[in-house]
Design a protein around this ligand. Sequence first.
Ligand SMILES: Nc1ncnc2c1ncn2[C@@H]1O[C@H](COP(=O)(O)OP(=O)(O)OP(=O)(O)O)[C@@H](O)[C@H]1O
Ligand SMILES: [Mg+2]
Length: 434
Amino acid sequence: MSPLSTAVLERARGAARPARLGRVSELLGLQLRVTGLQAAVGDLLSVESAVPVLAEVVASGPTGLVCLPLGSTAGLTIGAPVHAAGGPLTIGVGEALRGRVLDGLGRPIDGGPAIDGLPRVTVENPAPGALTRPRIDHQVGLGVRALDALVPCGRGQRIGIMAGSGVGKSSLLSMVARGTDAEVSVIALVGERGREVREFIENDLGPGGLARSVVVVATSDAPPVERLRSAFVATRIAEFFRDTGKNVVLMMDSLTRVAMAQREIGLSAGEPPATRGYPPSVFTLMPRLLERAGTSTAGSITGLYTILVEGDDLQDPIGDAARSILDGHVVLSRRLATSGHFPAVDVLESISRVTNAVTTREQQHDARQLRRMLAAHRDVRELVEIGAYVPGANPDADQALARMPRIEAFLQQDMDDPTDTATTWQRLNGLLSS
Ligand SMILES: Nc1ncnc2c1ncn2[C@@H]1O[C@H](COP(=O)(O)OP(=O)(O)OP(=O)(O)O)[C@@H](O)[C@H]1O
Ligand SMILES: [Mg+2]
């Protein structure tokens, strides 16, 4: 038989094979129950309706499959036919993703060409083995002076940016997206306002920044499963670029919203609420997601995750859990933001756990000297303001007071003015030796 007729026969056999159909048996809260289908936990199903709705199987029991929809359930009815998609969520990955904006399920939403031809991969992926990860030994330039000099970030490091609302987390990420010297940026905007998305892409990132970025967006009105999945989709795309030997910066705004999406899912699947309403699954999700960034034998993913701390409470459960997994944190201060000091990085409260591995002795010396001056200045600031400080009482404070205008100018930075790392270290050294 010729190869052509074998293919024709195979197609005909496929068409004649009976398709299994399930039915929606219950629609309750966030979830729907499906009977009559066999599928594994994590598999996707497609529910027939005016616009077919994708749903993910989250549990399976004697009464059928419990599924969470990945789209709006308006218009779904009991008895609607359900098809198995044949496996878990997959996304297309490839170089062609650069410059593209995708939704939380990895589908383009920027009106550009289709990305159907790309190889498809599942979004779940194991983290690099603990003992095969190369150690972090190179600084990645973020373009922000206060960070590059005082909270230096290594290639493959994961850092949390913690602050209350409106203190400048998203703006700081925008600065990094534009100023970083990494080869590719993958940016996940999870549960943020729809308005901010275009602003971010058009104003903050700009055409130049977008050309070397991939943006994954699931706004606050997207279903919780899409918001949760978007974090994994972005991580999987970053992993693709890391596997091709690139140094990638993965930015997630915000990790808190990812945790909130998992909270909605966990509670609606019947989990008990534990700390501040977060069910236990939230705290197993975080390491599963965050451990996937980091170095591998091929390349690196440097992860920057913003964390919203409620009421500026730095002991917030998500902040606490993140801090124990991540390799450093940047704290933004509302006091600095309200006084117009941007980026509002509270350098004395921020630490990078890889500083010594990624900087030279001279750089560490300079950074320590600046930190000492800032700490001394913080101690005497109130005395100086009321005129009670006696010069000479604290040599570090005297040095800081003499240089304060130049220190402030070094730490403050406009959003559209990135500085490369070499210039940052030079400026810091010049500032201290004058
Ligand atoms: N580098 C900067 N230069 C000037 N203004 C800034 C800068 N960074 C932040 N701001 C100001 O702070 C405001 C809030 O910033 P941003 O939206 O980044 O905060 P956020 O912490 O992400 O807030 P939310 O928690 O609501 O997402 C901005 O609208 C802007 O006015
Ligand atoms: Mg924000």
